[in-house]
Design a protein around this ligand. Sequence first.
Ligand code: PDD
Length: 283
Amino acid sequence: MEKMILNGEMKDRSEIRIDIEDRGYQFGDGVYEVIRIYNGLLFAGDMHIKRLFQSAELISISIPYTQEELMEQLKRLVKTNDLQSGIIYLQYTRGVSPRSHAFPFHQVEPVYVAYTKEMPAAKGEKAAVRAVTAEDIRWLRCNIKSLNLLGNILAKEEAVKAGCEEAIQHRGDIVTEGSSSNVFIAANGAIKTHPANNLILNGITRQVVLQLCGKLEIPVQEEAFTMEELLKADEVFYTSTGVEVTGISEVDGKIIGNGQTGPLTQKLQQAFCQEIERQCGRI
Ligand code: PDD
């Protein structure tokens, strides 16, 4: 039986009860992370844990462990579940308290849950996918990896309804990010992606890709780009823990480049695979 963590203790799923007055359940008052596992090892684990602590701090949830302690617990969970390829999902909510919008008057313990899920590692090159665009209707603190995902969910549903994989969000004319990913364009040999400010989540995959661009000497601008630049780009790709680096072949029915994963995207896919190998071994 697969184990999960509830507040630092390893338990069977059947033993876990979540209170209906958990503020995560009622308000989405919490933060989360999704970490990829390759060969039983956490990919960019330190970066994910650091972002979890940053998100928690930004909404005044205090995590009662050090980053090292939390990391040890997650490694133990992966080992106990004998997970080779998959993800860890973990979330922290503000805790259980009688429903009231204000923070609980008395100090409450945050509620922390973590579990693993199998997911095969994508071996070889992934086919490019289709995307739609959707107005970004989310709040102005998208840098926090909050449990509140309604805006993201509604955007993703637009993609699903159009038979596409992802919705590329935009605030007016400016492209921000995908519903659950970061978006990049390539034009004239250089790459652009929205700067890591309050309008996007600074994806861990995004950060790794930017480092790889540096190593490969691919020029990158962390600069806002327009819908017109998106549609006219030579290449468009998106990144996340789940999709890694994946090309986008079509946006709102308009073919990008030659409708296949472009050369810069391929180069970054290969470099990303090598980075996985460096951290977790051959997949
Ligand atoms: N989502 N932007 C948003 C809005 C996201 O939800 C995600 C990831 C990303 C990419 O972040 P990273 O590279 O750290 O995975 C960007 C996760 C995977 C999810 O909600 O399942």
